[in-house]
Design a protein around this ligand. Sequence first.
Ligand code: BG6
Ligand code: GLC
Ligand code: GLC
Length: 882
Amino acid sequence: MFAVHLMAFYFTKLKEDQIKKVDRFLYHMRLSDETLLDIMARFQAEMQKGLGKDTNPTASVKMLPTFVRAIPDGSENGEFLSLDLGGSKFRVLKVQVSEEGKRNVQMESQFYPTPNEIIRGNGTELFEYVADCLADFMKTKELMQKKLPLGLTFSFPCKQTKLEEGILLSWTKKFKARGVQGTDVVSSLTNAMKRHQDLDVDILALVNDTVGTMMTCAYDDPYCEVGVIIGTGTNACYMEDMSNIDLVEGDEGRMCVNTEWGAFGDDGALEDIRTEFDRELDLGSLNPGKQLFEKMISGLYLGELVRLILLKMAKAGLLFGGEKSSALHIKGKIETRHVAAMERYKEGLANTREILTDLGLEPSDADCIAVQHVCTIVSFRSANLCAAALAAILTRLRENKKLVRLRTTVGVDGTLYKIHPQYPKRLHKVVRKLVPNCDVRFLLSESGSTKGAAMVTAVASRLQAQRKQIDKVLALFRLTQEQLVGIRNKMRVEFEYGLKKDTHPLATVKMLPTYVCGMPDGTEKGKFLALDLGGTNFRVLLVKIRSGRRSVRMYNKIFAIPLEIMQGTGEELFDHIVQCIADFLDYMGLKGAQLPLGFTFSFPCRQASIDKGTLIEWTKGFKATDCEGEDVVDMLREAIKRRNEFDLDIVAVVNDTVGTMMTCGYEDSNCEVGLIAGTGSNMCYMEEMRNIELVEGDEGKMCINTEWGGFGDNGCLDDIHTQYDKEVDEGSLNPGKQRYEKMTSGMYLGEIVRQILIDLTKQGLLFRGQISERLRTRGIFETKFLSQIESDRLALLQVRRILQQLGLDSTCEDSIVVKEVCGAVSRRAAQLYGAGLAAIVEKRREDQGLEHMRITVGVDGTLYKLHPQSHIFAVIPASLFL
Ligand code: BG6
Ligand code: GLC
Ligand code: GLC
């Protein structure tokens, strides 16, 4: 009994002594919590530096954009090839990503050796070798006939400007092939593959191993947004907000950033914690002065660090009785797997003895305990450093999301992490200590980074296919210069048809004389009532004009017109209008006043004088019965009579375009055109009397209400009329009518967008293929939403919020597509306005025989007013020069 106690005491004492000795010797390698927090803060600053446009060039931590924008959503599928080059093993794989919505991935793979003469020889030969291995793999797996997309996991720092390109910044770890640095790896491999004529492979993605790992893990856990490699090398990537990535345009959504944290400290930022062993190891490496953080952490270097320490301790007489073996002098003799074996919980000491003996040493019990402790200190430091940098990333993620607590998953891979018995536990513990406000799950990537690379490739290949489909749809809305000139010319022809007596009856652009012959000259004065019916709002106004000072004062009130009245009987409609006038007069304290009234009636009317207007037909959202073919002035008079409360003298009925032109003409005598881009679309202009065959007399000018909304009703725009326009037309109150208006005005643009979205969803390109009830609802895309969504200044998140308000649950990608669709539809509208205006401006210039003409266009309407003008309507002036 006593002997046993004595032995135990002896061993405990022995252990304590050895540990103290090593602790003292490696004092500098033991990092306190305080130091780790300090390193974490330094790394946070480094990340910021790498992300900034100005600071990036001198930053040691490169923070490389990867062009991977989303984690897998489970919809990925297909068959892919994958290459994995740069880790401890080189593999070629075939990956089959689930079909029929089942999340399962099958892989077949083959390892190939990477002899030093290949990885440190000539670059061209390296890529030829890789291509040869791929060809060999495809032959053995009988894949030669298939054209498969390939994802390349290439675990070195690459500068990317797109997913399928990567300029090697520098070799790291064991690789050092000549002539590759500064060149695009994807094209080098593509070129090398050309030697195999039977190989038909499209490299769709280049990903770093960290990215592959993150994606692999994210396939199983959607919270995964960080990927860490602790293997031959070390590195991490994470999902960063696009708005923080200066090097890539756009502020929308997120993108994975490959930190290349291995280079942390290359600018001297870690000199205070580097030891003499780190410096010695660096000097003997393939890339002195580079990857200094990596050299304190990763598998390629840990064994060597231990060897250098043991050698120094032996020299100092602290180990092996001062004896050194020749093997201990040889670089690389101790590897990470040895360090891992020596740190095994139970067999560790025995392993240590065996390993040391193999090195030609004769270790005592005390030596074994000491050496084991050296390993612990070295690998613990590694885990600590990794934890500090990872903690910085997690903090950044939490702050980006403005969360008090972050719940997230870190995908991890790498030989050191996988084979070292204590490493994961230590790493996790320290991370949790450093960021107590993050709930972190660590997920080991069971299938390496290739599964993730295949996901990226799957997404890329799906996106490529989807892009093609989306582009095909959007292309329908892109009008070429040639097409626009064609449209302008056709519009000109229609103008002539409308003006000529013979062709007028059949003309689709009606060119209605308005009996407005002059522009305001500033002498007008008095008090008028005005009605404004036919736009977004129905308004009653009181207008006070004072001559001389050219001052106009207006008081107005907006009234609603319920749908059942818009589409009820004519009597009901006009009774309602008169009711509103009565309310207004009451409100203004003008009950019983007898005032002249101007009626802005924004529908096509045939006029025989300024105060007579026969409604030709309703447009837009109106469909009241018994009005078409009737004089709307009479109808209004009768309704006033029916009410028998006040008397009003209706002096004029004008179209809104005419009203707009006159309003602008009051301020600018060059204004001879009035344009409405609102609920409806229309234009009026001053025409020479001699050109107006429908009205007698050749002197002077008269305003013509073109009613260009009907342009195309004879089929002349069929070549640009898309299936979506057809659907909108069919669902409207006036099918077959107002084709041009339906491609240009606020009442219809949102509907076109909705039709496109429905179709894209049907094609599985949006909203995960699910057509929601909301999307089926007519009219959800009001002009204001369209304008907002399309606004350049709007971040994607805001677009998403608007879509959410509309009841459409969208992903980031969905929002991008929706925004593109809105953009395409409104851009076409603006182009069409431009073509139409170009037609009138050119006509006026020619009619007047002018070389150069100055003209002002008065514009109004909700679409014009709400739309981010600089963007879309900037097209209009440009297209005047068609
Ligand atoms: C208004 C005019 O500003 O614009 C109306 O006063 C016109 O007369 C309207 O109908 C057209 O725009 P929207 O977008 O309201 O149809
Ligand atoms: C090196 C490479 C890096 C890679 C890491 C892990 O640090 O530079 O790109 O991710 O090793 O393999
Ligand atoms: C419709 C009407 C037209 C009006 C335009 C703008 O096209 O037919 O008269 O000017 O809308 O409101």
